[in-house]
Design a binder for this molecule. Structure first.
Ligand code: SF4
Length: 108
């Protein structure tokens, strides 16, 4: 489950539902997931099977809506160094509107 509160996005991963199919490892673009035989599901407390993964998120400089983790934003900035910072700071909706305004002369 993915939730957002303030400037933090939390992925709540429950390993109790994992069937160890390996699809996440196969499809992860960052190769951040690896399936191994090193796991332990035996526990007397079901909450031991939850892991919270938290990321700080960035808010759009125009509308204030949160839209991307800072970590991912920084990674994109490294891969696309020519993208202006003011464009990087816009959410997809505001970026689309700004691009239309700039190239098509569409009024607000
Ligand atoms: S995709 Fe990954 S997390 Fe989901 S069930 Fe398969 S191995 Fe488990």
């Amino acid at each position: 489950m993915l939730t957002t509160e303030g400037n933090t996005m939390t992925l709540k991963y429950f390993v109790g539902r994992c069937i160890f199919c390996g699809m996440c490892a196969d499809t992860c673009p960052e190769k951040a997931i690896r399936i191994t035989k090193e796991f332990e599901l035996a526990t007397g407390n079901i909450f031991d099977l939850y892991t919270d993964i938290e990321h700080e998120i960035k808010a759009c400089s125009m509308c204030g809506k949160t839209f991307i983790s800072k970590k991912l934003s920084n990674k994109i900035a490294l891969k696309v160094p020519d993208m202006p910072q003011e464009t990087m700071d816009l959410c997809p909706d505001c970026r689309r509107k700004e691009t239309l305004k700039r190239f098509m002369g569409v009024p607000e």
